[in-house]
Design a protein around this ligand. Structure first.
Ligand code: ADP
Ligand code: MG
Length: 679
């Protein structure tokens, strides 16, 4: 659809100002507007009688106007228009504010459908500023769009109407005809017309079915195409297996699960085809050692590897861990946005000449200047923080290198296989030995002092702890922190309360250098307590820290609480997690109870899914997948299965989507996967 090339201003009624508002909604072209699907619908097809309309509910009512709206001036120069409508059985009072046209729009004796919220006072029912349509030509179902200030749903609706008029009569459908027939899908034109202006509920379902399928199909095509690399040859074959040598360097015995994951990955690396593997393991299951084993093998086979982490803190920590695990013979370097220019220059030079075997870093690795000599292995940690695109961008620095992604967001296996259609899966389902269950308690703020006393006792024994606060300082964005604790304030109070304890603080507004310094102090045991925002959430590993106290625990989702808790319980000392919350609402209470009951990441992910609902789970881009406009992977499981199957079949006959009939699909795939980079 070349309408994607047509700017939104080209539409009748859309000037520069409105165009900017549309852009705010992410709609830049006429084509994009057609794909800006309604967020909800108003059903006007079955209007109620006035008696049936319930106060407090938004309803459609069919009634006749009794008299022309009467005008009253009220305070502040406002004008009120009132009239009464009736359905012969009961009456309803309407009010409109400052809308002089009402007098001419509503005609006495005529029948209309009124749509709005019904309120009831002592004796009468009312509707304030309802929408209305002549009963004789009222649409059955009306679209409701996500709006923005100055751009109402109604304005968007008009723009969409005009956009639909521009659809060429012979619109090219990206879904090939045989596929549509096989899965019973309507044409693109019908789908677009009916998703915006459905003549009936049935038509709406039909349109939705087609668009959901299309979206999932395009997603699967994109993912499988990346995996399609798997069939091609790789010149980066690991000829020798140095894993036993690496294990001898480790200060511990690898777990069975770690050995299995390394083994599976080594099979890929030695196969002569590119690896695409996801390692999923609960927090603390030892994913870093798995990555290290593979980087070690790469180096010994004469290749380079890159490991990308989502935060500076984590990148640094990985750098230290990996460098020490792999011994002095293997050159490891760290590159982040705060690496000094001179050092950076040196690193880049050594990298290009092959002097560095493993480069660890943040997004900085994606920068154009970063060029490898012989990049064979690309690893991304905490995969859910990265997009598929970023993974691909790093991979593009090598000649089809092997890919390993590591994720601590466990999701059910079948689901993982479907949504990460492009990846093979290894699971670390075993924790290193000697780990004790992290005791978890939920307490109210009344017991805070006792909890801090408990922390002090551990400090006296040479152990350490974290305290997490949701805010940085007390002047919250809206100036009202309410009862939310802030890092700066808390640390200050704590220093008074526990004068002998060495207390540090950490938050996202500190400079990377300052953050590193604090983290180093804490890791070296020169700080007893770290008061921090959730910047420590991901990956941080200080085995001597055994207390995790989370203030305002009700403010975090289950997965996040689980990640935070995963910062302790990393050594052999017994660890404790204390959730402080005064929240009363049922959902928060359930969440905290779940945390106290289980420490199994897979179980918690399931529960999280149940509590938050799939929309939130996938909507928040936790999985690094493109944002979907209409499909929902949990609710449309059946369609997802069909789409995956159909995508596999299509790629079998046309792996590069190069046939003429598939040009539209190829464009859609590109669009879906680039859109996620654009914002
Ligand atoms: P995660 O999977 O959360 O990334 P890490 O790789 O950070 O976990 O490992 C957690 C901790 O467990 C680290 O301190 C690491 O040294 C330790 N560890 C990893 N594997 C083993 C093992 N097999 N035996 C003992 N300790 C281990
Ligand atoms: Mg980790």
């Amino acid at each position: 659809m070349s309408l994607y090339g047509k700017p939104i201003q080209d539409l009748k009624g859309v000037g520069e100002k409105r165009a900017r508002l549309f852009q705010k909604l992410g709609v830049f072209s006429v084509g994009a507007l057609l794909r800006f699907y309604p967020r909800a619908y108003e059903d006007l097809s079955r209007p109620l009688s006035i008696r049936e309309a319930c106060p407090g509910e938004v309803s459609a009512v069919r009634a006749t106007v009794l008299q022309r709206p009467a005008e009253t001036r009220i305070r502040g120069g406002m004008t009120l228009y009132k009239c009464t409508i009736t359905d012969g059985e009961s009456d309803l009072f309407l009010t409109f504010f400052n809308n002089p046209y009402i007098k001419n729009l509503l005609k006495a004796g005529e029948e209309y459908i009124f749509y709005g919220k019904v309120t009831a006072s002592f004796l009468k029912k009312e509707m304030a500023s309802p929408e209305f349509f002549p009963a004789a030509d009222c649409p059955a179902i009306r679209p409701v769009y996500r709006q923005t200030e100055g751009l109402s749903s109604r304005l968007i609706q008009n723009a969409v109407k005009n956009a639909l008029l521009l659809l060429p009569s012979e619109i090219k459908d990206p879904l090939p005809e045989p596929l549509r027939t096989r899965y019973g899908l309507c044409s693109l034109r019908t789908a677009l017309e009916e998703i915006h202006f459905p003549p009936s509920q049935g038509a709406l379902l039909r349109a939705r079915k087609r668009l959901v399928f299309e979206e999932l199909f395009v997603l699967q095509l994109g993912l499988l195409k990346m995996k399609g690399r798997a069939r091609c040859e790789s010149s980066l074959r690991f000829t020798q297996n140095f894993t036993p040598d690496f294990y001898r360097l480790l200060p511990f015995q690898p777990t069975g699960a770690q050995q299995r994951a390394v083994g599976e990955a080594m099979m890929d690396l030695q196969s002569g085809r590119p690896m695409n593997r996801l390692v999923q393991g609960d927090v603390g299951s030892g994913k870093t050692a798995v990555a290290a084993a593979l980087c070690y093998n790469a180096a010994c086979n004469g290749f380079q590897s890159a490991l990308m982490a989502p935060t500076e803190l984590l990148a640094r920590q990985h750098y230290q861990t990996l460098a020490s695990m792999m011994g002095a013979d293997i050159q490891v370097a760290l590159l982040t946005s705060s690496t000094p220019a001179a050092e950076k220059k040196e690193i880049l030079q050594a990298l290009a000449q092959g002097g560095i075997s493993l480069l660890v870093g943040t997004h900085a690795l994606l920068s154009e200047q970063v060029a490898f000599h012989r990049l064979a292995l690309v690893i991304t940690d905490e995969q859910h923080r990265f997009g598929v695109e970023q993974r691909a961008a790093l991979a593009a620095k090598g000649d089809n290198p092997h890919l390993l992604v590591m994720s601590a967001t466990p999701i059910p296996r079948t689901l993982a296989l479907m949504i990460y259609g492009d990846l093979d899966l290894s699971i670390l389902d075993e924790l290193p030995p000697g780990r004790q269950k992290i005791e978890t308690y939920a307490i109210t703020s009344e017991k805070r002092l006792r909890a801090l006393g408990y922390l002090q006792k551990h400090i006296d024994r040479g152990l350490q702890g974290y305290i997490i606060c949701p805010m940085i300082d007390n002047a919250g964005e809206d100036g009202a922190a309410g009862d939310r604790k802030s890092v700066l304030d808390y640390a200050q109070r704590l220093r008074k309360l526990m004068p002998t304890a060495r207390i540090g603080h950490l938050h996202g507004r500190m400079k990377p250098k300052e953050k590193d310094a604090v983290m180093d102090e804490f890791a070296a045991g020169r700080l007893d307590v770290l008061v921090s925002t959730t910047v420590v959430e991901v990956g941080v590993d200080v085995p001597n820290a055994v207390i995790m106290m989370i203030e305002n625990a009700e403010r975090y989702g289950l997965s996040q609480l689980h990640q935070l808790r995963g910062r302790v319980g990393r050594g052999t000392e017994k660890s404790t997690c204390i959730l402080v919350s005064d929240a009363q609402n049922q959902e928060a209470v359930t969440r905290l109870q779940t945390m106290c009951r289980t420490s199994n990441g897979f179980e918690i992910a399931d529960e999280d899914l149940k509590l938050r609902g799939p929309g939130d789970f996938f909507g928040s881009r936790q999985h690094g997948l493109p944002e979907l406009k209409i499909a929902n992977m949990m609710e449309n499981m059946e369609a997802l299965k069909q789409a995956q199957q159909a995508a596999q079949e299509l790629l079998r006959t046309d792996p590069g989507l190069e046939e003429k009939a598939h040009a539209g699909l190829r464009a859609e795939v590109a669009r879906l996967f680039t859109a996620m980079n654009g914002n």
